[in-house]
Design a protein around this ligand. Structure first.
Ligand code: ACO
Length: 322
C-alpha cells in the first residue's frame, strides 16, 4: 500500500525581541528605506541569551504535536534542519527528542542552509511513503543572529531567528504530492559560514560569520527558483492555475515576486512573513506555512507550493495538497 505524508499539525516560534531597521542603522551605515526597498524587511526577531535552536524547536514542535492531536510516543522520526545547532553533537534532533521526552524514535539533523526544511520534508516523505515511519516531526530552527557579523551591513540586515514545525502522518488521503531537491557545491564562495574550530592553516583567520556576495546569489536564486517551479508542475502534470498558495523561503521580496510572476500568481496568493521576520534560514518556509494554516488562509484541499534556495547552493520544492 502506498501512503501519502499528510500534514496533521503545524507550529511556530519567534523570539520576543524585535530588532528594527532603525536600530541596525544606528550601528552600521544603512537606512530603513534602503533595507526595505532592497529586501522587503522592516524588522526581525532576535533570540534571547538563553535560547538555542533546540529550545525554539521545542516550542514549535509542541504546537505541531498538539495541533495534530498526537501522543509524542507515536512519533517515529524527528528531523531538524538547522545551520545553527546548539552543539556540533549530539544533534539538535537528539536534544529535541530529550526535551520532548520521546524514548523510541530516531532523531537527526540535516544541514542544507536555507533549503533545510524542504530537504527535511523530502527525507520525511521518503520514510513515510516507504512504510518505514508513520509519524514524522520536521523542524527548521535557527539562531542566525549568532552567526551574523553585526558590523557587516551586507548581511546583518537580512537575518532573523525562529523555528517552524510540521507533523506528518502516513495517510491514504493525499498530502505531499512531490518533493524535488538539488545541490550544486560549486557555489561555496558566494555564500558560506566558516566553522573556526575545524579551520585549516589557510583559513584559520576566518570568523564564524555568514559571508555572502548578495548580488550574485540573488541572480542565481531567481533563475533557479524559476526552474524548480517548472520541474514541480511538470512532475505532477499540473498547470500553474491549479496552485492555490506559494509559500516561499523568505529571503528577499524581489526574489519572491519573480517566482510569483513565473506562476502568474497574484501576491495575495503568496504567504509573506519577511517584513517582520527577515530571513530565518531553514525556519522560514515552515514558519510561513504555520502562519497561513493558523490564520486559515490555507484550507484543507488547497494545493500549496513550498520552495527554498540557500547556501551550497541548495534548492528545492515540496508540493502539498493540504
Ligand atoms: N545599506 C546601504 N547600502 C548597502 C547595504 C546596506 N545594508 N548593503 C550593501 N549596500 C551597498 C553596497 O555596498 C553597494 O554599494 P556600491 O554600489 O557603492 O558598491 C550597493 O549597496 C549595492 O549592493 P548590492 O549587493 O548590489 O545590493 P543588492 O541590490 O543586490 O541587494 C541584497 C543586496 C539585499 C543582499 C540582495 O542581493 C539579496 O537579497 N541577495 C540574495 C540573498 C539570498 O537569497 N540569500 C540566499 C539565502 S541565505 C542562506 O542560504 C543562508
Amino acid at each position: 500500500m502506498t501512503f501519502y505524508s499528510r500534514v496533521i499539525g503545524t507550529g511556530g516560534y519567534l523570539p520576543e525581541e524585535v530588532r528594527t531597521n532603525e536600530q541596525i542603522s544606528q550601528t552600521v551605515d544603512t537606512s530603513d528605506s534602503w533595507i526595505y526597498e532592497r529586501t522587503g524587511i522592516k524588522s526581525r526577531r532576535i533570540a534571547g541569551p538563553n535560547e538555542t535552536a533546540s529550545s525554539m524547536a521545542e516550542i514549535a514542535a509542541r504546537q505541531a504535536i498538539e495541533a495534530g492531536a498526537c501522543d509524542p510516543e507515536e512519533i517515529d522520526l524527528i528531523i531538524v534542519a538547522t545551520g545553527t545547532p546548539d552543539r556540533i553533537y549530539p544533534s539538535t534532533g537528539c536534544l529535541l527528542q530529550q526535551r520532548l521526552r520521546i524514548k523510541n524514535c530516531v532523531a537527526f539533523d540535516i544541514q542544507a542552509a536555507c533549503s533545510g526544511s524542504i530537504f527535511a520534508l523530502s527525507i520525511a516523505d521518503q520514510y513515510i511513503k516507504s512504510g518505514i515511519a508513520k509519524k514524522v516531526l520536521v523542524i527548521g530552527s535557527e539562531i542566525c543572529s549568532r552567526v551574523v557579523d553585526w558590523t557587516d551591513r551586507g548581511t546583518c540586515i537580512l537575518f532573523g531567528d525562529g523555528a517552524g514545525a510540521v507533523l506528518l502522518s502516513a495517510s491514504d488521503e493525499m498530502g505531499i504530492l512531490s518533493t524535488h531537491i538539488h545541490s550544486d557545491g560549486e557555489y561555496e564562495s558566494l555564500l558560506y559560514c566558516p566553522n573556526p574550530q575545524a579551520a585549516t592553516e589557510a583559513n584559520k583567520q576566518e570568523a564564524g560569520y555568514i559571508n555572502m556576495r548578495g548580488n550574485e546569489v540573488f541572480k542565481v536564486a531567481v533563475n533557479t527558483l524559476g526552474r524548480i517551479v517548472d520541474e514541480t508542475l511538470a512532475a505532477n502534470n499540473m498547470d500553474k492555475s491549479e496552485v492555490d498558495w506559494l509559500v516561499p523561503h523568505q529571503a528577499n521580496t524581489r526574489i519572491i515576486e519573480a517566482t510569483a510572476k513565473k506562476l502568474k500568481m497574484s501576491m495575495d496568493q503568496v504567504v509573506m512573513t519577511l517584513e517582520n521576520q527577515g530571513n530565518t534560514s531553514s525556519a522560514s518556509v515552515l514558519l510561513a506555512f504555520n502562519e497561513a494554516v493558523r490564520d486559515k488562509r490555507i484550507q484543507r484541499g488547497h494545493v500549496v507550493l513550498l520552495e527554498a534556495f540557500g547556501a551550497g547552493f541548495t534548492w528545492g520544492s515540496a508540493l502539498i495538497k493540504y
